[in-house]
Design a protein around this ligand. Structure first.
Ligand SMILES: [Zn+2]
Ligand SMILES: [Zn+2]
Ligand SMILES: [Zn+2]
Length: 251
C-alpha cells in the first residue's frame, strides 16, 4: 500500500516483473516490447510477437509459445486464411504483381511441417511456411502450387509469411532463377510490403526488425532487392524481378 501511495505521489508505477510480479531490483531482462522480468526466469519468447511468455500462456508441445496478446488472433479457420490471403493479394496488386490463380493454403502442425521439409539441416527449427510447386509449366501445361503454413500464428505474422511464400509461387511459376539471397530477398520484400501496409504496432515492429536483420540472405538480400524496387523498379514488383534477372544473367 505504501508502495502504491509513494508511486502515485511520484507519478510513476513501480517496475514489476511481468512473470512473477515482484518489484525489479538490479539487473533484469527486457524484451523488444519493453516488458521486464527477473533474470532468473527461463523465458520463452512468443513465436509470433516475441513477447516474453508467462507460465500461464499457451505452451505448445513442439516448444513454441503463444502469448496472451496473440492467442485470440491466431489463424485457424478457412475464413481466417481467406481474410489474410485477400489482403496479401491486394498488396501485390497495388505493387503490380498478379499471382497465377488462387493458390491453395493449408495449415499444418510442426510435425507435419518438418516432415514436408525433410531437411536435417533445420536442426529442429520449425519453419513457418513452405511452398511446393509441381509440373513443368512447359508446352502449355500448368504448374501446380500449394502453400503450407505452420499453425498458431498471429494473423499479422501469418500474412507476412504467406506473402513470402506466395512470391516463391510466383517465381516458380515464371521459372525465375535468381541467386538465393535475391530469391529470398524478393519474397521478404512481399512480407515487408504487407507489414508496412497494415501499419499496426506488431507489423511495424516486424518491419523494423527486417530492416535491421543481419542475415546475409533474409536481411542483406532483402535490403538489396528493396533498393532496386524503390529505385529503378519504380515500386513495381514484376519489373523489379525483370531488373534483377537482367543484372544477374551470366554472360
Ligand atoms: Zn520475476
Ligand atoms: Zn505474442
Ligand atoms: Zn523463402
Amino acid at each position: 500500500m505504501l508502495d502504491k501511495i509513494q508511486s502515485l505521489i511520484k507519478g510513476v508505477a513501480p517496475e514489476r516483473c511481468v512473470i512473477c510480479g515482484k518489484p525489479l531490483v538490479g539487473t533484469y531482462r527486457v524484451d523488444k516490447w519493453g516488458q521486464r522480468a527477473c533474470v532468473e526466469h527461463n523465458v520463452v519468447p512468443c513465436s509470433s510477437c516475441g513477447r516474453m511468455s508467462r507460465p500461464e500462456d499457451t505452451h505448445l508441445p513442439d516448444g513454441r509459445t503463444v502469448c496472451s496478446f496473440c492467442i485470440g488472433k491466431t489463424v485457424r479457420k478457412a475464413e481466417h486464411i481467406e481474410w489474410v490471403y485477400s489482403r496479401v493479394v491486394e498488396i501485390f496488386e497495388r505493387n503490380f504483381l498478379t499471382l497465377p490463380g488462387k493458390i491453395p493454403v493449408e495449415i499444418v502442425d510442426a510435425q507435419r511441417m518438418l516432415s514436408l521439409y525433410n531437411n536435417p539441416a533445420l536442426n529442429g527449427a520449425i519453419p513457418s511456411g513452405l511452398t511446393v510447386s509441381g509440373g513443368s509449366g512447359f508446352f502449355g501445361s500448368k504448374m501446380s502450387h500449394k502453400v503450407y503454413m505452420i499453425d498458431n500464428l498471429h494473423k499479422v505474422i501469418f500474412g507476412g509469411v504467406l506473402a513470402h511464400e506466395l512470391l516463391h509461387v510466383w517465381q516458380n511459376d515464371h521459372h525465375i532463377k535468381l541467386p538465393n539471397a535475391l530469391c529470398e530477398g524478393f519474397c521478404n520484400l512481399g512480407t515487408y510490403l504487407f507489414y508496412t501496409y497494415l501499419d499496426n504496432e506488431l507489423s511495424q515492429k516486424h518491419a523494423e526488425l527486417m530492416l535491421a536483420n543481419p542475415d546475409p540472405i533474409y536481411g542483406e538480400g532483402f535490403r538489396q532487392v528493396k533498393a532496386v524496387f524503390e529505385d529503378e523498379g519504380c515500386r513495381n514488383l514484376e519489373k523489379t524481378v525483370e531488373i534483377l534477372v537482367k543484372q544477374n544473367r551470366i554472360l
